[in-house]
Ligand binder design. Structure first.
Ligand code: ME8
Length: 519
């Protein structure tokens, strides 16, 4: 099979297509706030790129093979397949719960994936990149990772998990061949690994030397069979990484592959960056396939300052959180509170604080005061009149530069900075209301009032547009209340003046209750 591009040719990325992925989540346990976090962030970027006019593929799904899942199924007294079927549904349920917009949800137990993973393996065999040997060493089942003797401290893996000794025949991937090509690639593509501090970690790791990687298990049966050797199943990470190709129709659909793969960004938690930024590119180079455009690693969430764990009983369930606070409060909090890329802490107290300040007091209040005024005094028919007063121009001038700033932040995954910028505009709009005092103008200067309301509606329209990707249902409610036509909700439209289609419909309450700040 001939692919259109060879590895390294990532320049072919076109601005009109974009492919973004979450990790595929293990089905050993139900989803928690950590998996919700990655999926929400990826959804925001996917929605944003669509709003910019790109054709976006957004992939998420579940990682269902391997020893960890096999053990969890056994403990639950179920067959591995039945167990996966059951837990995978909980991950799929996150889509409506969190208002996610993936274009594909993959399960690694699907036939299409087995086919792709085996085809990928066979490409490596054809290129002399796989050999049969025997593995002896430590394995951390929870991380599904092989560790070297010198990495084991007090019988535990670097993640603090128990390890088991494995000694068995195994296929190996010639990872050691790829040290220099990888270093060259990182050098030529300085943005391949982001943020930059993660890049340095990876450079140091690869410079330290790479050993061949064990890529099959012969004592395990829950996995994709190695082509031509039924005694082995693929190591779960080889199987899992290939999912990103499966979704593009590998090995058959070369058109989708050529269109989307060079624009692909894998968003992952920092603990699995080595798999994505070292093993995966080496495997792709070895298979003579192009590399994705970027690996972005975000930080790790703690809960009230502690690591989330079943044994501590502090695992946060996104379903109950959404039930209590609403999906947009959860989306907003996670992305506004924690600089994307860095570690951060989750607490309900901090979430309530954000909900009260940024969302209810700033945004909710702004929308409410402007629109209820228009309903009260003008029966939903805003009197539009353009103004050329310096103070009005100064306020409106915020928006074109804000759009550029927000685009720039989102393209670099600085999602917290994007929201910070939007919130500044909301605060500026509230200040403008306070200064202009429309409730006085209605009695003293009706002509000036028209101008002030026009300026405010222009501002609200642009705030609604900018918030669409982040808090979609709230932003759509705002745009609905402004009677903005559905086709006028892209960034391309934001240069045009605000133009309602008909009378403004009544405004729904955006944030129904302001909850007590418990201390
Ligand atoms: O690693 N904080 O799956 P996984 C932030 N199947 N993000 C968190 C988090 C936390 N406390 N906990 C989980 C796997 N995540 C493999 C991936 S990809 C080819 C295979 C998020 O179920 C974060 O994105 O352990 C992390 O990388 C991912 O869930 C790990 O999910």
């Amino acid at each position: 099979m001939v692919f259109l591009r060879s590895w390294g040719d990532t320049e072919a990325m076109t601005r009109d297509s974009f492919y973004i992925t979450t990790p595929i989540y293990y089905v050993n346990a139900r989803p928690h706030i950590g998996s919700a976090y990655t999926s929400i962030a990826v959804d925001v970027v996917a929605r944003f790129m669509r709003q910019e006019g790109a054709d976006v593929r957004f992939l998420t799904g579940t990682d269902e093979h391997g020893q960890k899942v096999a053990q969890s199924a056994e403990q639950a007294g179920k067959t591995a397949q039945a167990f996966c079927d059951e837990i995978s549904v909980h991950f799929r349920d996150l889509i409506p719960l969190l208002n996610l917009t993936p274009t594909d949800f993959i399960r690694t137990t699907e036939a299409r994936h087995k086919k792709a993973a085996q085809a990928f393996w066979s490409r490596l065999v054809t290129r002399g990149q796989i050999y049969l040997g025997s593995y002896a060493g430590w394995y951390d089942v929870r991380d599904e990772t092989f560790y070297r003797e010198e990495e084991i401290v007090d019988g535990k893996s670097p993640s603090g998990h128990p390890v088991e000794w494995i000694q068995e025949p195994s296929y190996f991937f010639k990872l050691s061949d790829w040290q220099q090509p990888l270093l060259r690639f990182y050098e030529e593509h300085p943005d391949f690994i982001a943020p930059s501090y993660r890049r340095n970690e990876i450079l140091r790791f690869v410079e330290g030397g790479l050993k061949d990687l064990s890529i099959s298990r012969s004592r395990l049966t829950w996995g994709i069979p190695v082509p031509g050797d039924t005694q082995h199943v693929m190591y779960v990470w080889i199987d899992a990484l290939t999912n990103y190709l499966t979704s593009l129709g590998f090995p058959e659909k070369q058109e989708d592959f050529a269109r989307f793969w060079p624009s692909c960004v894998h968003v992952v938690g920092k603990e699995i960056i080595r798999f994505h930024a070292v093993y995966w590119p080496a495997l792709l180079m070895a298979a003579n396939l192009p590399l994705p455009r970027q690996i972005f690693a975000h930080g790790w969430l703690t809960v009230e300052g502690q690591k989330m764990s079943k044994s501590l009983g502090n695992v946060v369930d996104p379903t109950s959180l959404v039930k209590t606070y609403g999906v947009d409060a959860v989306r907003y909090f996670l992305l506004r509170e924690i600089p994307f890329g860095e570690d951060g802490d989750f607490s309900e107290r901090a979430l309530r604080r954000r909900l009260n300040t940024d969302l209810a007091n700033d945004l909710g209040n702004l929308v409410q005061r402007v629109l209820s005024f228009i309903h009260k005094h003008f029966e939903g028919r805003p009197p539009l009149r353009q103004s050329s007063l310096a103070e009005d121009q100064e306020f409106l001038f915020l928006f074109p530069s804000l759009l550029l700033r927000v685009q720039n932040h989102v393209h670099r995954f600085a999602l917290h900075r994007a929201l910070e910028g939007i919130n500044e505009a909301v605060v500026a709009a509230n200040r403008y209301v306070d200064q202009q005092k429309p409730w006085v103008l209605v009695k003293t200067n009706p002509e000036r009032l028209k101008e002030v309301l026009t300026v405010l509606l222009e501002g609200l329209f642009r705030i609604g547009l900018l918030l669409r990707a982040f808090i979609p249902s709230t932003a759509e409610k705002i745009l609905d209340a402004l009677a903005v036509a559905p086709e006028a909700r892209t960034f391309a439209q934001s240069a045009a003046p605000y133009q309602p289609v008909g009378v403004l419909p009544p405004l729904e309450i955006l944030f129904p209750k302001v909850l007590e700040d418990a201390g």
